[in-house]
Each structure stands twice: as C-alpha cells, then as structure tokens.
Write a protein that binds this ligand. Structure first.
Ligand SMILES: Nc1ncnc2c1ncn2[C@@H]1O[C@H](COP(=O)(O)OP(=O)(O)OP(=O)(O)O)[C@@H](O)[C@H]1O
Length: 233
C-alpha cells in the first residue's frame, strides 16, 4: 500500500515559491492501479518523485506500508526504495553496456541481503522468469541499443519488479509508443499489478488507457481531483 497524506511540494521560483503539488492525498492498495492524468506542468512528475521518496515534500507524509518515508534518513530511504519500490521513469536509465538479462541481475544483486554465488543464481532465475513474463525471453542477450522502444520499456518494467516491490511507480510508460504497443504495455502493467500484488501508480497523457484502471485522478495546477471511477474500479 502507498498512501500520500496532504502532500505539498514547492520549488524556488525567482523570489517566490511555485507550488508544484498542492495538498494532495492519495491511497493505492496492493493489487490495484491508479492513473493520474492532467496537462503538462500540472505536477504529475513532481508527485511521483515524492511518492518514490526521491524528493521530500514541504508538508505531508508518504506511507509505504506502515513506514512514513518522510521521517527517514537519506540512507534509510535508499534502502526502502531498493526493497519496496519499483520505479519506472520516462528516461529509461538502462546501462548501455549490459544485456537485458544483466540489467535485471545487477538489480537483484543490489537488492539481495545475501551475496555470492547462490544469490547470483537466484537473481538469474528471477530475471529469466520476469523476462518471460514481459515477453522478452528471446531478447535477453541484447543490449539496449539493439532493442526497440517498447522492448526497452519492458526491460524497465521487468527490472522494477526484480526485488519484489510492494509499490510500482510508473511515469508515462507509453508516450514514445504507437497505439498498439502502448496498449500492450499497459495490459502488461495491469497483469503484473495483479500477479505481483503491487500498489501501482501510473502517470499518463494517454486517454485510451484510463478506462482500464481501477480509478483515475486528474491533476491541474498541483491539485488532484478524482476524475472518474472506471469500469474496472
Ligand atoms: N526541479 C524543479 N525546480 C523548479 N521547478 C520545477 C522543478 N521540477 C518541476 N518544476 C515545476 O513544477 C511544475 C510541475 O512540473 P511537473 O514536471 O511535475 O509537471 P508534469 O505534470 O509532470 O508535466 P509533464 O506532463 O510535462 O511531464 C512545473 O511548473 C515545473 O516547471
């Protein structure tokens, strides 16, 4: 579960402050997916950065399960992200020298409490299962430059699941993709949300995807409102 309680985030703006996120509350339970949409510059990415514990808000709390991340040190937050959060952002951050499989294995080794050959084998087994789940088992030896945009997104999503997170935070998974590929990425995220029982928060401009989510919220000028309860919800 992830719960944002009355989050406000401001940035310096000349002599004043710009309110990017204005008193936003949101709860997402495990096994469900919540969509956030809204115009460019309305604060969606800022809200995700707070939800991911990458930015500390001016006010409010971020509960990941029963832990309030805003009370943790930087090192504790890094540990929380590694163990509990799967993060997929617009810039893919895949390492150009590693194959798809290696991107996942490295993440698994960072996350494991154990080290050594056994941990590496376990990470390899999980990486293969996840690459299979995202339909990339045949591409696992390829490097990012050898993959299509959609395939890279799938590697990102699989990598985000490596350490069995309880929360998945995803920014614009389909912006670079055509309609068919965009829908299939979202269907994949829906399937993985249920199978891996994650609380998934997904930001998208893509109106076609919204009816598939459990609920959808619209962000305008930093304020979040419930747009619609969808068919799925
Ligand atoms: N690091 C920063 N420093 C100063 N202002 C920022 C910073 N990051 C974002 N902003 C401002 O905060 C507001 C919200 O930006 P944000 O990126 O969250 O919007 P968004 O809804 O995600 O936009 P888009 O859909 O274009 O990605 C904007 O006015 C932006 O200029």
């Amino acid at each position: 579960m992830i719960q944002l309680d009355r989050i406000t985030l401001t940035f310096p703006d000349g002599g004043a402050r710009l309110t990017a996120v204005d008193d936003v509350s949101l709860r997402v339970d495990r096994g469900s997916i919540v969509g956030i949409t809204g115009p460019s510059g309305s604060g969606k990415s800022s809200l995700l950065a707070v939800a991911s514990t990458l930015i500390t808000p001016d006010q409010g709390s971020v509960f990941i399960g029963d832990v309030d991340a805003t009370l943790l040190s930087a090192a504790e937050k890094a540990e929380l992200r590694r163990d509990r959060l799967g993060i997929v952002f617009q810039q893919s951050n895949l390492l150009s020298s590693l194959t798809a499989r290696e991107q996942l294995v490295v993440m698994g080794e960072l996350g494991g409490a154990r080290r050594g050959a056994r941990a590496r084998r376990a990470a390899g087994i999980r990486a293969d299962a996840l690459l299979d789940a995202v339909g990339l088992v045949d591409q696992s030896g390829k490097r990012p430059a050898q993959l299509s945009g959609g395939q890279r997104q799938r590697v990102n999503i699989a990598r985000a699941l490596m350490n069995d997170p309880t929360v998945l935070v995803i920014d614009e998974p389909t912006s670079a993709l055509d309609q068919e590929r965009g829908s299939s990425i979202l269907e994949l995220i829906l399937k993985l949300t249920v199978e891996h029982d994650t609380a998934t928060v997904l930001v998208t401009h893509d109106q076609r995807l919204l009816p598939l989510m459990d609920s959808v919220h619209t962000m305008v000028d930093g304020v979040l409102s419930t747009a619609l309860d969808t068919v799925a919800g």
